[in-house]
Ligand binder design. Structure first.
Ligand SMILES: [Zn+2]
Ligand SMILES: [Zn+2]
Length: 318
């Protein structure tokens, strides 16, 4: 396995570079961000609950999770699994920032360090969700990991030099502001509380829970030989994670725009992508069959009727 080339934005700095040695520390910024929203969301949310605020919460959660986090940050910015016009890319990345976790560079770095670490034979528990659920929750939602010898994060020049991305990164917490104002004008404080404050902790906790389960429990069709941790499909979460819970598929085919590759694996992100492709807003969509052969990838189930695997170069028996 050629770890250094598989995650191209992560560069080995020296022979000491490794995903194992390091310590977890309390991140006051991360902790304050989620705790403040949680308290306002909980108390304010209870006082202002109504049908319209709850519908706003559901719709805006779905929108930022699907168009922003899954299609924008993950399938486009991080994996470049399809192409679209620049204005649409910026809009998706703005929504992905409104999701509430980080800006474009922060998201790429957080994703890539895990991707890079998990491909090694062993990595820190923080990077593979390897602790018990309570400790992992505290770590992921309130703490950060400082590796003693981290790799260097080097984004592509085109993205690194992009003024729009630099602006979104610098102001990532303030990206909530236009929506806060819009919600206030449309529905007053109750819409702000439900559309912003209650939504952010739910999305952050949901993201962590899916991350926790999808590296610990679930079903698998593929195994990555020699990896510190395997990805699992969390079947019950496929629908409301917009397809992101088909994580065993994602570990096997990281560059595929389709995450629910087998029949019955609901992937709302994929449906939206197909609809956008039909009207010409999305093109060059990558499927598992378009990705380079990986010798460390082994099929461990007897199922290989994935939609995108029909012409796959990946052997179905190993
Ligand atoms: Zn993973
Ligand atoms: Zn990924």
């Amino acid at each position: 396995m050629d770890i250094d080339n598989d995650v191209p934005r992560m560069k080995r700095v020296s022979d000491k570079t490794n995903p194992m040695d390091g310590h977890v520390y309390w991140s006051w910024k991360k902790s304050l961000w989620i705790t403040a929203h949680f308290l306002v969301g909980l108390i304010g949310g209870a006082l202002t609950f109504s049908l319209d605020t709850f519908i706003l919460f559901l719709v805006f959660t779905g929108l930022t999770a699907c168009l922003g986090h899954s299609l924008g940050m993950h399938r486009l910015l991080i994996h470049r699994s399809y192409k679209c016009p620049r204005w649409l890319e910026y809009f998706f990345i703005h929504l992905g920032t409104v999701f509430g976790m980080a800006g474009p560079f922060g998201m790429m770095r957080a994703h890539d360090i895990r991707d890079w670490a998990q491909r090694h034979p062993a990595c820190h528990d923080y990077l593979k969700h390897g602790s018990g659920i309570a400790k992992d929750g505290w770590w992921q939602l309130h703490c950060d990991l400082a590796l003693d010898f981290p790799p260097k994060f080097v984004p592509d020049k085109q993205v690194a030099d992009d003024k729009v991305y630099q602006f979104i990164e610098k102001t990532w917490m303030l990206q909530q502001l236009p929506w806060t104002i819009l919600f206030y004008l449309l529905g007053g404080w109750s819409w702000v509380i439900w559309g912003i404050c209650a939504r952010i902790p739910v999305q952050l906790a949901g993201h962590w829970l899916v991350g926790y389960f999808s590296h610990n429990i679930g079903t698998r069709d593929w195994e990555i030989e020699g990896a510190a941790v395997q990805g699992y499909n969390v079947d019950i979460a496929g629908f409301f994670t917009m397809g992101e819970a088909w994580h065993n598929n994602h570990h096997a085919f990281p560059g595929s725009a389709m995450l629910g590759i087998y029949k019955g694996q609901t992937d709302i992100g994929w449906w939206v992508l197909q609809a956008l492709a039909k009207v010409g807003l999305v093109w060059d969509i990558k499927l598992p069959e378009d990705l380079p052969y990986r010798k460390e990838l082994h099929l461990i189930s007897n199922r290989n009727q994935a939609s995108g695997l029909a012409k796959s170069r990946i052997p179905d028996t190993l």
